[in-house]
Design a protein around this ligand. Structure first.
Ligand code: GLN
Length: 491
Protein backbone atom coordinates (compact mmCIF):
# COMPACT_ATOMS: atom_id res chain seq x y z
CA UNK A 1 0.00 0.00 0.00
CA UNK A 2 1.26 3.48 -0.86
CA UNK A 3 2.07 5.38 2.33
CA UNK A 4 -0.27 8.01 3.72
CA UNK A 5 -2.86 8.14 0.95
CA UNK A 6 -4.90 10.36 3.24
CA UNK A 7 -2.51 13.24 2.59
CA UNK A 8 -3.37 13.43 -1.10
CA UNK A 9 -5.82 15.75 -2.80
CA UNK A 10 -8.91 14.39 -4.56
CA UNK A 11 -7.23 14.81 -7.95
CA UNK A 12 -4.06 13.03 -6.83
CA UNK A 13 -5.99 10.20 -5.22
CA UNK A 14 -8.22 9.81 -8.24
CA UNK A 15 -5.23 9.72 -10.61
CA UNK A 16 -3.56 6.94 -8.63
CA UNK A 17 -6.81 5.02 -8.49
CA UNK A 18 -7.70 5.31 -12.18
CA UNK A 19 -4.17 4.39 -13.23
CA UNK A 20 -4.61 1.23 -11.20
CA UNK A 21 -1.71 2.03 -8.84
CA UNK A 22 -3.93 1.67 -5.79
CA UNK A 23 -7.26 -0.01 -5.12
CA UNK A 24 -10.37 1.14 -3.34
CA UNK A 25 -9.49 -1.10 -0.41
CA UNK A 26 -6.13 0.65 0.08
CA UNK A 27 -7.90 4.00 0.10
CA UNK A 28 -10.56 2.90 2.56
CA UNK A 29 -8.01 1.37 4.91
CA UNK A 30 -5.78 4.44 4.89
CA UNK A 31 -8.64 6.79 5.72
CA UNK A 32 -10.12 4.54 8.39
CA UNK A 33 -6.71 4.43 10.05
CA UNK A 34 -6.39 8.17 9.88
CA UNK A 35 -9.82 8.69 11.41
CA UNK A 36 -8.81 6.31 14.19
CA UNK A 37 -5.73 8.44 14.86
CA UNK A 38 -7.22 11.91 15.02
CA UNK A 39 -11.00 11.85 15.34
CA UNK A 40 -11.01 11.66 19.14
CA UNK A 41 -9.13 14.98 19.18
CA UNK A 42 -11.00 16.79 16.40
CA UNK A 43 -14.59 15.49 16.73
CA UNK A 44 -15.38 16.29 13.11
CA UNK A 45 -18.05 13.61 12.76
CA UNK A 46 -21.40 13.07 14.42
CA UNK A 47 -21.82 9.60 12.88
CA UNK A 48 -19.00 7.58 11.39
CA UNK A 49 -19.75 5.09 8.65
CA UNK A 50 -19.53 1.49 9.75
CA UNK A 51 -15.94 0.30 9.13
CA UNK A 52 -16.94 -3.10 7.80
CA UNK A 53 -19.46 -1.55 5.41
CA UNK A 54 -16.83 0.83 4.01
CA UNK A 55 -14.28 -1.95 3.56
CA UNK A 56 -16.85 -4.27 1.99
CA UNK A 57 -17.93 -1.59 -0.48
CA UNK A 58 -14.27 -0.86 -1.30
CA UNK A 59 -13.67 -4.55 -1.90
CA UNK A 60 -16.73 -4.76 -4.14
CA UNK A 61 -15.45 -1.80 -6.18
CA UNK A 62 -12.08 -3.49 -6.65
CA UNK A 63 -13.72 -6.74 -7.74
CA UNK A 64 -16.10 -5.04 -10.16
CA UNK A 65 -13.29 -2.96 -11.60
CA UNK A 66 -11.26 -6.03 -12.40
CA UNK A 67 -14.19 -7.20 -14.50
CA UNK A 68 -15.36 -4.01 -16.21
CA UNK A 69 -12.71 -1.32 -15.71
CA UNK A 70 -15.32 1.40 -15.79
CA UNK A 71 -14.58 4.25 -13.43
CA UNK A 72 -16.41 7.41 -12.40
CA UNK A 73 -14.76 10.62 -11.18
CA UNK A 74 -15.73 10.01 -7.57
CA UNK A 75 -15.39 6.25 -7.55
CA UNK A 76 -13.74 5.01 -4.31
CA UNK A 77 -13.22 8.59 -3.14
CA UNK A 78 -13.67 8.93 0.64
CA UNK A 79 -16.02 11.84 1.20
CA UNK A 80 -17.87 13.28 4.18
CA UNK A 81 -21.35 14.80 4.15
CA UNK A 82 -22.64 17.49 6.51
CA UNK A 83 -25.24 16.08 8.84
CA UNK A 84 -28.09 18.22 7.56
CA UNK A 85 -28.07 16.43 4.18
CA UNK A 86 -30.30 13.35 4.09
CA UNK A 87 -28.70 9.94 3.78
CA UNK A 88 -31.00 6.96 3.46
CA UNK A 89 -30.79 4.54 6.38
CA UNK A 90 -28.11 6.67 8.06
CA UNK A 91 -29.23 9.06 10.72
CA UNK A 92 -29.28 12.76 9.86
CA UNK A 93 -29.33 14.77 13.07
CA UNK A 94 -28.74 18.42 12.10
CA UNK A 95 -26.73 18.56 15.34
CA UNK A 96 -30.02 18.65 17.24
CA UNK A 97 -31.80 16.64 19.91
CA UNK A 98 -34.90 17.10 17.74
CA UNK A 99 -33.48 14.83 15.03
CA UNK A 100 -31.04 12.81 17.11
CA UNK A 101 -32.66 9.53 16.05
CA UNK A 102 -34.02 10.60 12.66
CA UNK A 103 -33.16 8.13 9.90
CA UNK A 104 -34.21 9.51 6.49
CA UNK A 105 -36.12 7.17 4.19
CA UNK A 106 -34.41 8.68 1.11
CA UNK A 107 -31.16 10.23 -0.11
CA UNK A 108 -30.64 13.86 -1.01
CA UNK A 109 -30.21 14.19 -4.80
CA UNK A 110 -26.51 14.92 -4.49
CA UNK A 111 -26.01 11.93 -2.22
CA UNK A 112 -27.67 9.66 -4.77
CA UNK A 113 -25.37 11.11 -7.43
CA UNK A 114 -22.36 10.29 -5.27
CA UNK A 115 -23.72 6.81 -4.74
CA UNK A 116 -24.15 6.25 -8.48
CA UNK A 117 -20.47 7.08 -8.82
CA UNK A 118 -19.70 4.66 -5.99
CA UNK A 119 -18.03 7.05 -3.56
CA UNK A 120 -17.09 5.96 -0.07
CA UNK A 121 -19.11 7.78 2.58
CA UNK A 122 -16.86 8.14 5.63
CA UNK A 123 -19.47 9.75 7.84
CA UNK A 124 -21.78 12.65 8.62
CA UNK A 125 -20.08 15.78 9.90
CA UNK A 126 -20.77 18.01 12.85
CA UNK A 127 -22.53 21.37 12.55
CA UNK A 128 -24.20 24.09 14.56
CA UNK A 129 -27.74 22.98 15.27
CA UNK A 130 -29.71 23.31 11.97
CA UNK A 131 -26.80 25.33 10.59
CA UNK A 132 -27.36 28.21 13.00
CA UNK A 133 -24.02 29.47 14.16
CA UNK A 134 -20.45 30.35 13.22
CA UNK A 135 -18.42 28.06 15.47
CA UNK A 136 -19.95 24.54 15.54
CA UNK A 137 -20.35 25.04 19.28
CA UNK A 138 -24.15 24.98 18.95
CA UNK A 139 -24.18 21.24 18.31
CA UNK A 140 -25.65 18.88 20.87
CA UNK A 141 -22.85 16.47 19.93
CA UNK A 142 -20.05 18.61 21.45
CA UNK A 143 -18.05 21.13 19.43
CA UNK A 144 -15.61 20.25 16.68
CA UNK A 145 -12.07 21.45 17.32
CA UNK A 146 -9.83 23.30 14.90
CA UNK A 147 -7.05 20.98 13.64
CA UNK A 148 -4.62 23.93 13.63
CA UNK A 149 -5.26 24.64 17.31
CA UNK A 150 -7.52 22.30 19.22
CA UNK A 151 -8.54 25.06 21.64
CA UNK A 152 -10.03 27.13 18.82
CA UNK A 153 -13.29 26.90 16.93
CA UNK A 154 -13.23 25.38 13.41
CA UNK A 155 -15.76 27.98 12.23
CA UNK A 156 -19.35 27.14 11.45
CA UNK A 157 -21.77 25.96 10.74
CA UNK A 158 -19.98 23.42 8.46
CA UNK A 159 -17.14 23.19 11.01
CA UNK A 160 -17.17 19.39 11.01
CA UNK A 161 -16.75 19.22 7.22
CA UNK A 162 -13.95 21.80 7.13
CA UNK A 163 -12.10 20.19 10.05
CA UNK A 164 -12.49 16.70 8.53
CA UNK A 165 -10.87 17.90 5.29
CA UNK A 166 -8.10 19.82 7.10
CA UNK A 167 -7.35 16.83 9.36
CA UNK A 168 -7.29 14.41 6.38
CA UNK A 169 -10.27 12.47 7.75
CA UNK A 170 -11.80 12.53 4.26
CA UNK A 171 -10.48 13.75 0.92
CA UNK A 172 -13.29 16.28 0.45
CA UNK A 173 -16.63 17.11 2.03
CA UNK A 174 -19.97 18.74 1.44
CA UNK A 175 -20.98 21.77 3.42
CA UNK A 176 -23.98 24.06 3.30
CA UNK A 177 -23.94 27.83 3.30
CA UNK A 178 -26.82 30.08 4.29
CA UNK A 179 -24.85 33.13 5.37
CA UNK A 180 -21.26 31.92 5.21
CA UNK A 181 -21.24 28.40 6.60
CA UNK A 182 -19.04 26.93 3.87
CA UNK A 183 -16.65 29.85 3.47
CA UNK A 184 -16.14 30.82 7.09
CA UNK A 185 -15.16 27.35 8.40
CA UNK A 186 -13.02 26.81 5.28
CA UNK A 187 -11.16 30.02 6.21
CA UNK A 188 -10.77 28.94 9.84
CA UNK A 189 -9.41 25.52 8.86
CA UNK A 190 -7.18 26.57 5.93
CA UNK A 191 -9.08 24.72 3.18
CA UNK A 192 -11.12 25.65 0.09
CA UNK A 193 -14.85 26.33 0.43
CA UNK A 194 -17.14 27.20 -2.47
CA UNK A 195 -20.70 28.47 -2.13
CA UNK A 196 -22.25 28.17 -5.58
CA UNK A 197 -24.81 30.55 -7.05
CA UNK A 198 -28.26 30.09 -5.51
CA UNK A 199 -29.95 27.51 -7.76
CA UNK A 200 -26.75 25.97 -9.10
CA UNK A 201 -26.90 22.91 -6.83
CA UNK A 202 -30.01 20.92 -5.92
CA UNK A 203 -31.22 21.32 -2.35
CA UNK A 204 -33.52 18.32 -2.52
CA UNK A 205 -32.89 16.40 0.68
CA UNK A 206 -31.16 19.25 2.48
CA UNK A 207 -32.92 19.96 5.78
CA UNK A 208 -34.11 23.55 5.35
CA UNK A 209 -32.84 26.43 7.50
CA UNK A 210 -33.57 29.50 5.35
CA UNK A 211 -34.73 28.29 1.95
CA UNK A 212 -34.07 31.44 -0.05
CA UNK A 213 -30.42 31.40 1.07
CA UNK A 214 -29.37 27.76 1.63
CA UNK A 215 -26.86 26.28 -0.84
CA UNK A 216 -24.81 23.10 -0.82
CA UNK A 217 -21.19 23.26 -1.93
CA UNK A 218 -17.77 21.60 -1.79
CA UNK A 219 -15.09 21.89 0.90
CA UNK A 220 -11.78 20.62 -0.46
CA UNK A 221 -8.00 20.69 -0.19
CA UNK A 222 -7.38 22.31 -3.57
CA UNK A 223 -9.16 24.54 -6.07
CA UNK A 224 -9.03 21.76 -8.67
CA UNK A 225 -10.82 19.44 -6.25
CA UNK A 226 -13.57 22.03 -5.77
CA UNK A 227 -14.05 22.20 -9.56
CA UNK A 228 -14.21 18.41 -9.79
CA UNK A 229 -16.89 18.16 -7.11
CA UNK A 230 -18.87 21.04 -8.53
CA UNK A 231 -19.08 19.17 -11.83
CA UNK A 232 -20.96 16.38 -10.09
CA UNK A 233 -23.12 18.68 -7.96
CA UNK A 234 -24.28 21.09 -10.63
CA UNK A 235 -26.56 19.38 -13.13
CA UNK A 236 -30.26 20.24 -12.97
CA UNK A 237 -32.52 18.35 -10.58
CA UNK A 238 -36.23 18.19 -11.46
CA UNK A 239 -36.97 17.55 -7.78
CA UNK A 240 -35.90 21.05 -6.76
CA UNK A 241 -37.89 23.85 -8.39
CA UNK A 242 -35.09 26.35 -7.70
CA UNK A 243 -32.46 24.18 -9.41
CA UNK A 244 -31.41 25.90 -12.62
CA UNK A 245 -31.88 24.31 -16.02
CA UNK A 246 -28.90 26.23 -17.34
CA UNK A 247 -26.39 23.48 -18.19
CA UNK A 248 -23.19 23.78 -16.16
CA UNK A 249 -19.83 24.16 -17.92
CA UNK A 250 -16.99 21.74 -17.21
CA UNK A 251 -15.52 23.55 -14.20
CA UNK A 252 -12.21 21.71 -14.41
CA UNK A 253 -11.51 23.68 -17.62
CA UNK A 254 -11.37 26.82 -15.46
CA UNK A 255 -8.44 25.54 -13.43
CA UNK A 256 -5.70 25.45 -16.03
CA UNK A 257 -4.25 28.92 -16.48
CA UNK A 258 -1.71 30.17 -13.97
CA UNK A 259 -2.35 33.85 -14.57
CA UNK A 260 -5.30 36.20 -14.27
CA UNK A 261 -4.58 38.38 -17.31
CA UNK A 262 -7.62 40.31 -18.54
CA UNK A 263 -9.50 39.73 -15.28
CA UNK A 264 -10.71 42.80 -13.45
CA UNK A 265 -10.83 42.61 -9.67
CA UNK A 266 -12.80 44.95 -7.42
CA UNK A 267 -11.77 45.63 -3.84
CA UNK A 268 -14.88 46.89 -2.04
CA UNK A 269 -13.79 49.47 0.50
CA UNK A 270 -16.66 48.61 2.89
CA UNK A 271 -15.05 45.19 3.46
CA UNK A 272 -11.98 46.74 5.03
CA UNK A 273 -13.79 48.44 7.83
CA UNK A 274 -13.09 49.03 11.53
CA UNK A 275 -13.74 45.51 12.83
CA UNK A 276 -11.07 43.97 10.58
CA UNK A 277 -8.09 42.51 12.40
CA UNK A 278 -4.86 44.17 11.12
CA UNK A 279 -3.07 40.84 10.68
CA UNK A 280 -5.94 39.51 8.55
CA UNK A 281 -6.00 42.74 6.54
CA UNK A 282 -2.26 42.54 5.88
CA UNK A 283 -2.54 39.06 4.41
CA UNK A 284 -5.59 39.87 2.33
CA UNK A 285 -3.87 42.98 0.92
CA UNK A 286 -0.80 40.89 0.11
CA UNK A 287 -3.02 38.42 -1.73
CA UNK A 288 -4.55 41.28 -3.73
CA UNK A 289 -1.04 42.41 -4.64
CA UNK A 290 -0.26 38.85 -5.78
CA UNK A 291 -3.32 38.87 -8.05
CA UNK A 292 -1.97 42.08 -9.51
CA UNK A 293 1.44 40.45 -10.07
CA UNK A 294 -0.36 37.65 -11.88
CA UNK A 295 -1.74 40.14 -14.38
CA UNK A 296 -5.00 41.15 -12.70
CA UNK A 297 -6.40 44.63 -13.03
CA UNK A 298 -7.20 45.79 -9.49
CA UNK A 299 -9.51 48.68 -8.63
CA UNK A 300 -11.30 49.96 -5.58
CA UNK A 301 -15.09 49.73 -5.73
CA UNK A 302 -17.96 50.46 -3.39
CA UNK A 303 -20.90 48.37 -2.20
CA UNK A 304 -22.71 51.05 -0.21
CA UNK A 305 -25.42 48.83 1.31
CA UNK A 306 -22.93 46.48 2.98
CA UNK A 307 -23.41 47.92 6.47
CA UNK A 308 -27.03 46.74 6.58
CA UNK A 309 -26.35 43.18 5.43
CA UNK A 310 -26.08 41.58 8.87
CA UNK A 311 -29.27 43.20 10.12
CA UNK A 312 -31.22 42.22 7.00
CA UNK A 313 -29.85 38.68 7.09
CA UNK A 314 -30.80 38.09 10.70
CA UNK A 315 -34.37 39.14 9.95
CA UNK A 316 -34.77 37.17 6.71
CA UNK A 317 -32.94 34.02 7.84
CA UNK A 318 -34.75 33.88 11.18
CA UNK A 319 -38.13 34.56 9.55
CA UNK A 320 -37.63 31.67 7.14
CA UNK A 321 -36.26 29.46 9.92
CA UNK A 322 -39.26 30.10 12.14
CA UNK A 323 -41.48 28.89 9.33
CA UNK A 324 -39.28 25.93 8.26
CA UNK A 325 -38.84 24.68 11.81
CA UNK A 326 -42.57 24.74 12.54
CA UNK A 327 -42.67 21.17 11.19
CA UNK A 328 -40.93 19.80 14.28
CA UNK A 329 -44.00 19.35 16.39
CA UNK A 330 -43.46 15.84 17.73
CA UNK A 331 -46.13 14.41 15.42
CA UNK A 332 -44.61 13.56 12.06
CA UNK A 333 -40.97 12.80 12.81
CA UNK A 334 -38.17 13.55 15.23
CA UNK A 335 -38.25 13.94 18.97
CA UNK A 336 -41.51 13.70 20.94
CA UNK A 337 -41.75 14.67 24.61
CA UNK A 338 -42.64 11.82 26.95
CA UNK A 339 -44.45 13.81 29.64
CA UNK A 340 -47.51 15.50 28.12
CA UNK A 341 -50.95 16.41 29.36
CA UNK A 342 -52.64 17.16 26.06
CA UNK A 343 -51.82 17.97 22.43
CA UNK A 344 -50.79 21.57 23.04
CA UNK A 345 -48.62 20.51 25.92
CA UNK A 346 -47.00 17.88 23.71
CA UNK A 347 -46.09 20.51 21.09
CA UNK A 348 -44.66 22.79 23.73
CA UNK A 349 -42.66 20.19 25.60
CA UNK A 350 -41.37 18.61 22.39
CA UNK A 351 -40.04 21.92 21.12
CA UNK A 352 -38.75 22.99 24.54
CA UNK A 353 -36.76 19.75 24.86
CA UNK A 354 -35.80 19.27 21.21
CA UNK A 355 -34.29 22.65 20.32
CA UNK A 356 -31.20 24.30 21.78
CA UNK A 357 -31.05 27.91 22.92
CA UNK A 358 -29.71 29.42 19.66
CA UNK A 359 -32.45 27.74 17.61
CA UNK A 360 -35.09 28.97 20.05
CA UNK A 361 -33.67 32.48 19.88
CA UNK A 362 -33.93 32.42 16.07
CA UNK A 363 -37.47 31.03 16.09
CA UNK A 364 -38.55 33.80 18.45
CA UNK A 365 -36.79 36.51 16.44
CA UNK A 366 -38.28 35.24 13.19
CA UNK A 367 -41.77 34.80 14.54
CA UNK A 368 -41.66 38.34 15.89
CA UNK A 369 -40.39 39.77 12.61
CA UNK A 370 -43.25 38.07 10.74
CA UNK A 371 -46.01 39.00 13.18
CA UNK A 372 -48.74 41.16 11.66
CA UNK A 373 -47.94 44.39 13.48
CA UNK A 374 -44.23 44.26 12.64
CA UNK A 375 -44.10 42.58 9.26
CA UNK A 376 -43.60 45.74 7.22
CA UNK A 377 -41.27 47.36 9.71
CA UNK A 378 -38.90 44.37 9.88
CA UNK A 379 -39.42 41.71 7.24
CA UNK A 380 -40.53 44.13 4.52
CA UNK A 381 -37.61 46.47 5.24
CA UNK A 382 -35.12 43.62 5.27
CA UNK A 383 -36.36 42.46 1.86
CA UNK A 384 -35.87 45.97 0.49
CA UNK A 385 -32.33 46.01 1.82
CA UNK A 386 -31.75 42.65 0.18
CA UNK A 387 -32.75 44.17 -3.16
CA UNK A 388 -30.37 47.09 -2.62
CA UNK A 389 -27.51 44.73 -1.84
CA UNK A 390 -28.20 42.70 -4.99
CA UNK A 391 -28.25 45.93 -7.02
CA UNK A 392 -24.92 47.04 -5.56
CA UNK A 393 -23.38 43.81 -6.81
CA UNK A 394 -25.06 44.11 -10.20
CA UNK A 395 -23.60 47.53 -10.75
CA UNK A 396 -20.03 46.68 -9.65
CA UNK A 397 -20.09 43.58 -11.80
CA UNK A 398 -20.60 45.84 -14.81
CA UNK A 399 -17.14 47.13 -14.06
CA UNK A 400 -15.24 44.16 -12.62
CA UNK A 401 -15.30 40.35 -13.00
CA UNK A 402 -14.51 39.36 -9.48
CA UNK A 403 -14.50 40.87 -5.97
CA UNK A 404 -11.73 40.22 -3.45
CA UNK A 405 -12.28 40.58 0.29
CA UNK A 406 -11.51 38.94 3.63
CA UNK A 407 -13.75 36.02 4.64
CA UNK A 408 -13.79 36.72 8.34
CA UNK A 409 -12.79 39.77 10.36
CA UNK A 410 -10.46 37.64 12.53
CA UNK A 411 -8.84 34.22 12.43
CA UNK A 412 -10.46 31.37 14.42
CA UNK A 413 -11.20 32.41 18.00
CA UNK A 414 -10.90 30.31 21.16
CA UNK A 415 -13.73 27.90 21.96
CA UNK A 416 -16.25 29.53 24.28
CA UNK A 417 -15.14 33.10 23.55
CA UNK A 418 -18.34 34.25 21.82
CA UNK A 419 -20.78 31.67 23.06
CA UNK A 420 -22.45 33.96 25.56
CA UNK A 421 -22.55 36.91 23.18
CA UNK A 422 -24.75 36.11 20.16
CA UNK A 423 -24.24 39.53 18.61
CA UNK A 424 -20.45 39.09 18.52
CA UNK A 425 -20.96 35.65 17.03
CA UNK A 426 -23.26 37.12 14.34
CA UNK A 427 -20.61 39.70 13.46
CA UNK A 428 -18.15 37.03 12.38
CA UNK A 429 -20.32 36.69 9.25
CA UNK A 430 -20.09 40.34 8.27
CA UNK A 431 -18.13 39.64 5.07
CA UNK A 432 -19.89 36.47 3.92
CA UNK A 433 -23.54 37.42 4.29
CA UNK A 434 -23.80 39.87 1.37
CA UNK A 435 -23.05 37.19 -1.24
CA UNK A 436 -25.70 34.96 0.33
CA UNK A 437 -28.33 37.69 0.22
CA UNK A 438 -27.48 38.45 -3.40
CA UNK A 439 -27.32 34.73 -4.33
CA UNK A 440 -23.96 35.07 -6.05
CA UNK A 441 -21.11 32.53 -6.02
CA UNK A 442 -18.33 33.06 -3.51
CA UNK A 443 -15.37 31.08 -2.32
CA UNK A 444 -12.80 31.03 0.41
CA UNK A 445 -9.19 30.02 -0.03
CA UNK A 446 -6.18 30.16 2.25
CA UNK A 447 -4.02 33.30 1.97
CA UNK A 448 -1.69 33.02 4.94
CA UNK A 449 -1.36 32.34 8.64
CA UNK A 450 -1.39 34.45 11.77
CA UNK A 451 1.72 34.58 13.94
CA UNK A 452 0.10 31.99 16.18
CA UNK A 453 -0.29 29.64 13.22
CA UNK A 454 -4.00 30.01 12.42
CA UNK A 455 -5.13 30.09 8.77
CA UNK A 456 -6.52 33.23 7.14
CA UNK A 457 -9.02 33.15 4.30
CA UNK A 458 -9.41 35.19 1.12
CA UNK A 459 -12.88 35.57 -0.38
CA UNK A 460 -13.58 35.77 -4.11
CA UNK A 461 -17.09 36.63 -5.31
CA UNK A 462 -18.36 36.48 -8.89
CA UNK A 463 -21.36 37.14 -11.10
CA UNK A 464 -24.30 34.73 -10.86
CA UNK A 465 -23.42 31.38 -12.47
CA UNK A 466 -19.83 32.47 -13.12
CA UNK A 467 -18.22 30.01 -10.74
CA UNK A 468 -15.64 29.39 -13.47
CA UNK A 469 -14.30 32.92 -13.14
CA UNK A 470 -13.66 32.72 -9.42
CA UNK A 471 -12.24 29.21 -9.80
CA UNK A 472 -9.84 30.48 -12.42
CA UNK A 473 -8.61 33.32 -10.21
CA UNK A 474 -8.42 31.05 -7.16
CA UNK A 475 -6.39 28.49 -9.07
CA UNK A 476 -3.88 31.03 -10.34
CA UNK A 477 -3.43 32.40 -6.82
CA UNK A 478 -3.16 28.92 -5.28
CA UNK A 479 -0.49 27.88 -7.76
CA UNK A 480 1.59 30.99 -7.18
CA UNK A 481 1.63 30.54 -3.39
CA UNK A 482 2.66 27.77 -1.02
CA UNK A 483 -0.11 27.95 1.59
CA UNK A 484 -1.68 24.65 0.65
CA UNK A 485 1.50 22.79 1.51
CA UNK A 486 1.30 23.59 5.23
CA UNK A 487 -0.45 20.97 7.34
CA UNK A 488 -2.14 21.26 10.69
CA UNK A 489 -0.22 19.82 13.66
CA UNK A 490 -3.34 18.37 15.42
CA UNK A 491 -2.05 18.56 18.98
N1 GLN B 1 -23.40 31.95 10.81
C1 GLN B 1 -24.59 32.26 10.07
C2 GLN B 1 -25.80 31.97 10.92
O1 GLN B 1 -25.64 31.62 12.04
C3 GLN B 1 -24.61 31.49 8.79
C4 GLN B 1 -24.97 30.08 9.02
C5 GLN B 1 -25.03 29.32 7.76
O2 GLN B 1 -24.55 29.76 6.71
N2 GLN B 1 -25.66 28.16 7.84
O3 GLN B 1 -26.91 32.12 10.48
Amino acid sequence: MAPALFKLSLKELQDLFTQGDIGAFDIARSYLLRIGQVESKVNAYISLANKETVLAEANAIDTDLRQWRKTFPLMAMPLAVKDNICTQDLRTTCGSTMLEHFVPPYDATIVSRFKEQRYLLMGKTNLDEFGMGSSTEHSVFAPTRNPWNLDCIPGGSSGGSAAAVAADECVAALGTDTGGSIRQPAACCGVIGLKPTYGRVSRYGLVAFASSLDQIGPITKTVTDAAMLLNVLSPHDPRDSTSTKQAPPDYTKAVKKKDVKKLKFGVPKEFFSDGLDPEVERHVRAAIQELKNLGGDIREVSLPSTDWAIAAYYIIATAEASSNLARYDGVKFGHRAKARKDLLDMYQETRAEGFGSEVKRRIMLGTYALSSGYYDAYYGKAQSVRTLIARDFQSVFEEVDCLVTPVMPTAAFPLGEKLQDPLQMYLSDMYTISASLAGIPAMSLPCGFTQTGLPIGLQLMGRPFEESTILRAAYAYEQSTQWRKKRPPIR
